[in-house]
Design a binder for this molecule. Structure first.
Ligand code: ZN
Length: 309
């Protein structure tokens, strides 16, 4: 398997959900071994790598911060890029937050479809998990219950995501899938961000949803939905799985692992990634997908391989 980038640039623009700041994004092809790198073009192209060590405070969205430069709400765009197997890409942006667009990853999938995928003359490197790692914390809203997330060895990238919200339209929802461009496009990409009507006033007061509207988030009332119809009966569980994949992209390389999330959120997702990366006994870097022929490759010793096309 070879590394990939995009063939041509793709553009989009819109407001950020949390800051309300209008911004423009441009996807740009990148050379092998670049990874996924945001560039703040309003700050002299300051680069912020989509990697665990750049995770900033995480509350309602995932934010990256490097040397004091912040970038918010990376998860939906990263979910699309990571699921599509794009290893190397620059994401140029002129504001502090990725546009929320319709609240799903579908507009980003359309950008990637326009951009196309190109193979590079360098072997793909996978982060292959060797030993399990689990992170758990008490659920502040529900005494006695816990949220947890775990990552386990596997020969492919697989996620299982379980949510449980006490609401007639949500309740218990579970998504389990092998992550590929096809499964992501069909099962998750269209699932939108959601919030509860009762949380809107406090979130507004805290300045956390300055760009929020009925066009970019599903709003759940006490017994229904304010701005239906839903795109899937279990759109909420699907969106949580989308968020999970977007946060796992911060591993910095394609994962060969199975991830199980139980009522988790951005904070637990990113804690898992940070703790995983901090303990190199839990994983290895491999250029081979198949477990029966794992080949350990030091970062610096990779040599160019012939391209497949
Ligand atoms: Zn989300």
């Amino acid at each position: 398997m070879f590394q990939t980038t995009i063939i041509r640039e793709a553009h989009s623009e819109g407001v950020g959900l949390h800051t309300g700041v209008f911004g423009h994004i441009r996807l740009v092809p990148a050379p092998a071994d670049t990874g996924i790198v945001f560039r703040r073009i309003d700050l002299d192209n300051f680069p912020i790598e989509a990697q665990g060590h750049n995770v900033a405070k995480v509350s309602y969205a995932t934010s990256l911060m490097k040397q004091g430069v912040l970038l918010s709400t990376t998860e939906h765009l990263l979910a699309a890029i990571y699921s599509c197997g794009i290893d190397n890409i620059f994401i140029d942006i002129d504001s502090i937050e990725i546009p929320i667009l319709d609240g799903s990853a579908e507009p980003f999938m359309q950008m990637l479809e326009h951009a196309g995928v190109r193979k590079l003359r360098r072997k793909r490197r996978y982060l292959k998990v060797l030993k399990p790692l689990e992170v758990a914390e008490a659920d502040p809203g529900r005494p006695g219950q816990i949220r947890r997330i775990g990552i386990y060895p596997a020969d492919e990238f697989r996620v299982r995501c379980y949510v449980d919200f006490p609401h007639p339209l949500v309740g218990q929802q579970e998504v389990e899938m092998v992550v590929s461009p096809e499964t992501f496009r069909h099962l998750l990409a269209r699932a939108r961000t959601f919030c509860f009507e009762r949380d809107i006033a406090p979130l507004r007061e805290m300045g956390l949803i300055r760009g929020g509207s009925l066009e970019n988030a599903i709003v759940l009332t006490d017994d229904g939905v304010m701005n239906g119809p839903l795109r899937f009966p279990d759109e909420f569980g699907r969106h949580k799985a989308l968020d999970l994949i977007g946060d796992l992209a911060l591993a910095g390389l394609p994962l060969l692992a199975r991830v199980e999330a139980h009522k988790a959120g951005h904070s637990l997702h990113t804690q898992l990634v940070s703790r995983l990366l901090a303990d190199p006994t839990l994983w290895t870097i491999s250029t081979d997908e198949a477990s029966h022929a794992v080949e350990e490759v030091p970062f610096a010793a990779l040599s160019p391989a012939p391209a497949a096309d």
